[in-house]
Design a protein around this ligand. Structure first.
Ligand SMILES: [Zn+2]
Length: 743
C-alpha cells in the first residue's frame, strides 16, 4: 500500500497546528548548500540530456509510485551526499564529537549522571524473563537487578511496536503522538502506512524522454509531539539514537540518529524479497506492501540468467521498471558453489548460506545511478534452480534518501563497519512464512542483523561519553514471532515431534541478550545510568479472531451481493450503504462515520459514541465457543484510553484479546472469513497484540527506581530528569527516579 497510496491523510490540517504536543516534523528540506548543489546538478543534467524541442512544462506526468519516485530523485542528491559525506567523515566527524564533548560540558552542570544508555530489546516478555532470572539463566541481568532494580513495564493500547515506541520517544499517550497501528484509515477506506507520508515532487519538467524533478519530494513523519532527544538537544545535550522505531524520516535535532521501522526498500515498499526459481508460477507471493515476487529464471546450459527488479524509473516519462541482469554459474574452484555476475562483479555463493552484502547500481538516466544493497541465498544451482534475494535496501554509504541525521551518519557507520541492513522491518519474516527460507536461514539472517546493530551500539558507547545513547535491537521480537510455536506446547501449528527441532530457540535468544547485557556493562562507568527495556511482552498466537466476521454476525457489517465471505483484501467486498463498522489492521474497529468515511452512514457525535460503546461492551468477554474460553478480555472505546488532539485518528474500538488470541490474518487486511475463530497455522506464531495488561514489557536499571508502577511513557521524563530537565507539560509520563540520591 506504500507504493500505491497518493492520498493525503484526512487529517492533513493537523500538520499545521502548532500547539505544544504538535511539533510536526518538517519534510526533508533543502538547505542552501544542497539547493546550490541541486541547481548545479540540474544544469549538468540539462546539458547531458540536451534540452529537447518537445519541452512542455504542463505535460501530464505518468503516475509513478511515490516511494519509487523518491528513491530516484534521491539519486540526484546521492552524488552530492556522497561527496559531502566523504568530506564530512574525513574532516569533520571526529571534531564534531570532540567539539560536543568540550563545548557541551557546562550544559551538563545540572546533570545527575554523565551519560544515559538505553538498550531496547524489542518484545522481551516479562514472565519469561522473570522465570529465566529465577532459574539463574540470565546472570548479567540478575546482577543488574541486584544492584539496581527490575520492574514490569506497562505498554500502550495496543501493545505493538509503532505505538509503544512512539510513546517511549515522546513520553505521551498515542492520542498525542498520533501513531495507533502500522496502518491507518483513510477517507476512501484504502489503508495507508500510519507513520510516514510520501508525495512526489510537485514541480517537474520534461526533457526528451526524461522527466526532471525541480522540487524535492515530500517525506513527512506523521508521528506528532516532540521526542525527548529533541528536548535534550534544546538544552544543548547530545544524543545518539540508533534504530528506534518510527524515526523515518529522521528527526532533526542535536545529535545522531539512524532511522528504523518504516524505512522503505529501494522500490518504495516496506520490503519485497525476490525468489528465483525454474518451476512454479511467476508473480507476487502476496498482494500488498510486504511479501515478495517469484521470478522465473532462464537456463543456458549450466548457467541461469535473470534480473534484479529495481524501482520504477521516475526520471523517464514511461516510468519503466529498472532492471539489472545477472547470471549464476556453478563453480568448480572449491571455494564457492557458484558465482553470481552482476554489475561487472563476481560474487561467490555457497549453498544454503547468505552472501555478504552486494552493492548494486541501476542506471536511471545518463549520469544518474540508483544504488542499493542486497544479499543472495542460493539453495540449488542444478535444475530446478532456487535462490532467494533480500528486499533491495537503501545503501547506507550512498543513501538515495536520508535515513540518518545528519545525512552522513549512515555513511560514517558503513565506512566504520561495512554495509548493514537499512530496511525498517529488516528481518524477512514473510520468506519464512512462505516456506522460501527455512527456520535456520531466517535465524541466521536475524542474528547477522543483530550483530550489525551491536557494532553500531558499541561504537556509540565508545564515542559518546556524555549524553544519551539509545539503541533498539529488533531480533528478540522477530525471533519470538517466528518461533513461538516451538516454545508453546499447545500451539496448533506443530506436532510435538516437529516442535523438537527448534525447541530452545527462544530461550537461547534470551541468553544471547543476557550476554550482550554483560558485554555492555563492562563498557559502562559509574557515571552512566543504564536501562534495559522492552516495548511490550510476548505471547503465543494460537487463534485468530475475524473481527469483520464478528461484525457481520452481529449486524454491523454487510457484504456486497449478500455474500458471507469477503475475499477481496482492503475492504473491497463491503457494502458501505449498510455497514456501520469495519475492522482493519491490528488495532481494532472503525465506525463507518458520515463526513469522515466517503460512504459513511453513522452520524458523528452522540450516535457514534453510543455505537462505539455498544460494540465495545458486546465484544468484551466474547467466547471462542470451540474452546469454551474467553477470547476478548476487554474492548474499549478510543475515549476510554486516549486523550489529546489526535484521538480522532485512532480506531474507534480497541480490542484487548486474551492470551492466545489475536485479530485474524484475514480481518487485519480487511477481508472477512466464514467463521469468526480459526487456528493460526502460520510460522508467525507468537504475538503481543493482546490486552496491554497481559503483555507488559520489562525494565532493568542500575539505578534504584521508585516503587510506582512503571510505564513506557516514563522513560522520557526519567532521562530528562537525569540531566536536570523538568518534565515538559505535554508529556504524560513521570520520572521514575527516587527522591533519594541515585544509586
Ligand atoms: Zn512484534
Amino acid at each position: 500500500m506504500f507504493a500505491k497510496n497518493t492520498e493525503q491523510s484526512p487529517r492533513r490540517a493537523d500538520a499545521t497546528r502548532s500547539d505544544l504536543f504538535d511539533i510536526a516534523v518538517r519534510p526533508v528540506g533543502a538547505t542552501w548548500p544542497r539547493r546550490i548543489a541541486f541547481s548545479l546538478l540540474f544544469l549538468a543534467a540539462s546539458w547531458l540530456l540536451s534540452v529537447s524541442s518537445d519541452f512542455d512544462s504542463s505535460a501530464q506526468l505518468a503516475y509513478i509510485g511515490p516511494g519509487a519516485g523518491i528513491a530516484l530523485l534521491g539519486s540526484f542528491f546521492a552524488i552530492f551526499i556522497a561527496l559531502l559525506s566523504a568530506l564530512a567523515i574525513i574532516i569533520f566527524f571526529p571534531f564534531f564529537l570532540l567539539w560536543w564533548a568540550i563545548h557541551g560540558r557546562k550544559k551538563y552542570a545540572k546533570a545527575k549522571v554523565k551519560r544515559v544508555v538505553v538498550m531496547g530489546l524489542d518484545g522481551l516478555e516479562a514472565s519469561l524473563t522473570e522465570k529465566l532470572l529465577e532459574d539463574g539463566m540470565l546472570p548479567n541481568m540478575a546482577k543488574l537487578k541486584e544492584r539496581g532494580c527490575y520492574r514490569r513495564l506497562g505498554s500502550t493500547w495496543p501493545p505493538i511496536s509503532p505505538v509503544s515506541w512512539s510513546s517511549f520517544t515522546t513520553g505521551t499517550n498515542p492520542g498525542k503522538h498520533n501513531i495507533f497501528d502500522f496502518i491507518g484509515r483513510t477517507t476512501n477506506y484504502r489503508p495507508t502506512i500510519s507513520s510516514v507520508r510520501m508525495a512526489e515532487p510537485r514541480r517537474k519538467i520534461k526533457l526528451g524522454k526524461y522527466v526532471i524533478p525541480l522540487s524535492k519530494p515530500e517525506v513527512t513523519l506523521l508521528r506528532k509531539s516532540k521526542p525527548f532527544w529533541t528536548v535534550l538537544g534544546e538544552h544543548g545535550l547530545m544524543s545518539n539514537i540508533i534504530r528506534v522505531p518510527i524515526t523515518f524520516p529522521p528527526d532533526k535535532f542535536k545529535g545522531l540518529l539512524l532511522s528504523a521501522m518504516c524505512v522503505p526498500d529501494l522500490r518504495g515498499t516496506q520490503g519485497m524479497f525476490s525468489y528465483y526459481s525454474e518451476e512454479g508460477e511467476a508473480g507476487a507471493t502476496m498482494d500488498g506492501d510486504v511479501g515478495g515476487d517469484r521470478i522465473l529464471v532462464q537456463r543456458r546450459g549450466d548457467a541461469v540468467q535473470s534480473y534484479i527488479r529495481g524501482p520504477a524509473n521516475s526520471l523517464r516519462e514511461d516510468g519503466a521498471e529498472l532492471r539489472l541482469p545477472f547470471k549464476v554459474t556453478p563453480s568448480r574452484n572449491g571455494k564457492a558453489d557458484a558465482h553470481l555476475r552482476v554489475n561487472g562483479a563476481s560474487i561467490p555463493l555457497k549453498f544454503n548460506q547468505h552472501s555478504d552484502w552486494v552493492k548494486i547500481e541501476f542506471k536511471a538516466a545518463p549520469g544518474f545511478k540508483v544504488r542499493g544493497i542486497c544479499k543472495f541465498y542460493l539453495k540449488r544451482c542444478e535444475p530446478p534452480f532456487e535462490m532467494y534475494c533480500t528486499p533491495l535496501q537503501i545503501d547506507p554509504d550512498n543513501p538515495v534518501m536520508p535515513i540518518s541525521h545528519p545525512v552522513y551518519y549512515s555513511s560514517y557507520l558503513a565506512r566504520e563497519q561495512g554495509s548493514f541492513s537499512t530496511l525498517g522491518l529488516a528481518e524477512d519474516t514473510w520468506s519464512l512464512s512462505e516456506n522460501l527460507l527455512n527456520e535456520d536461514a531466517f535465524l541466521d539472517q536475524a542474528y547477522t542483523i543483530h550483530d550489525e546493530r551491536e557494532k553500531m551500539f558499541f561504537d556509540s558507547l565508545e564515542r559518546v561519553r556524555r549524553g544519551t545513547v539509545v539503541c533498539v535491537f529488533d531480533g528478540p521480537d522477530r525471533i519470538q514471532h517466528m518461533f513461538f510455536r516451538y516454545h508453546d506446547d499447545e500451539h496448533p501449528g506443530l506436532t510435538d515431534e516437529q516442535r523438537q527441532s527448534h525447541r530452545n530457540v527462544i530461550v537461547e535468544m534470551y541468553r544471547k541478550m543476557d550476554e550482550l547485557v554483560g558485554r555492555t556493562m563492562e563498557k559502562l562507568d559509574d557515571d552512566t545510568a543504564f536501562f534495559i527495556m522492552s516495548d511490550h511482552g510476548f505471547k503465543t498466537f494460537r487463534r485468530g479472531v475475524d473481527l469483520n466476521a464478528w461484525l457481520r454476525d452481529n449486524g454491523y457489517l454487510k457484504l456486497k451481493d449478500g455474500k458471507r465471505v469477503a475475499e477481496k483484501q482492503y475492504l473491497g467486498d463491503i457494502d458501505w450503504s449498510e455497514t456501520r463498522a469495519y475492522a482493519l489492521g491490528l488495532g481494532g474497529i472503525y465506525l463507518n462515520q458520515k463526513g469522515r468515511e466517503e460512504q459513511g452512514i453513522v452520524e458523528p457525535g452522540k450516535e457514534a459514541r453510543a455505537l462505539m460503546r455498544e460494540i465495545a461492551d458486546k465484544l468484551t468477554g466474547v467466547v471462542d465457543e470451540e474452546l469454551g474460553k474467553i477470547a476478548v478480555k476487554e474492548a474499549v472505546t478510543r475515549f476510554d484510553v486516549f486523550h489529546g488532539p489526535y484521538t480522532e485518528n485512532a480506531p474507534d474500538v480497541l480490542v484487548g484479546y486474551s492470551v492466545g488470541w489475536r485479530v485474524s490474518w484475514d480481518a487485519a487486511i480487511g477481508k472477512c472469513a466464514e467463521k469468526v475463530f480459526e487456528n493460526n497455522m502460520k510460522a508467525w506464531s507468537g504475538d503481543h497484540c493482546v490486552h496491554p495488561a497481559l503483555a507488559p514489557g520489562i525494565l532493568l536499571s542500575n539505578l534504584k527506581l521508585s516503587d510506582d508502577k512503571a510505564n513506557i511513557i516514563d522513560l522520557a521524563p526519567t532521562t530528562l530528569e537525569l540531566f536536570g530537565i523538568d518534565t515538559p507539560k505535554y508529556m504524560d509520563g513521570k520520572s521514575l527516579l527516587c527522591a533519594e540520591k541515585i544509586a
